[in-house]
Design a protein around this ligand. Sequence first.
Ligand code: ADP
Ligand code: MG
Length: 193
Amino acid sequence: MKNLDDKPALRSQMIAARRAMTPAVKAQADARISDQLSRWLERHQVRMLGAYLPMPGEPDLSPLYPQLLARGIGLAMPVVLEKHHPLVFVRWQPGDAIARDASGTPAPTARGEYLQPDAVLAPCIGFTNDRLRLGFGGGYFDRTLAQSPRPRAVGIAYAFSRVAFAAEVHDIPLDVIITDEGCWPPDTGDDQP
Ligand code: ADP
Ligand code: MG
């Protein structure tokens, strides 16, 4: 029987599942996630959003970013300045230069002011009913959310990647997960601002 507490095995399974999507299926799922996020942002007051530049296989929401800027929502991208440290966020707009950061993730090269986004998108390899995030195993979002004040954390995931694992002491639940099928837990929009 599968050990559902085995995060490395769950990561491999979920990465394989998303690799199995055809480009057309992935593009459709990504568009659905973008649409759900766009509607979530209409219901919640966010002036500065921590977004992300997708790694291969991750939902690609980048077509939405110019639309968010046009709506007056500022964008910031996470940067790993040093391994095993929390993320910092720097302002970004399409066209700004990108290079790999200390963790090997694409990030803006400019290092201006570090911003405090109102909400941050956290791409998930998997997520649980308790809103725990399965990431690549770096613990960067856990470290970032362990700080105070912490931004609202919006998981971004494919609906098929719902998994089960026990929380480790450092795992911090996200506030909501947005998938191609909607919000988890279902969003009432009554927690403004
Ligand atoms: P992920 O959340 O990326 O799936 P894990 O939850 O497995 O990854 O965490 C990976 C590592 O990050 C763990 O070994 C954990 O000890 C470390 N970590 C997570 N949060 C913190 C924290 N607040 N302080 C120090 N280390 C942390
Ligand atoms: Mg974790």
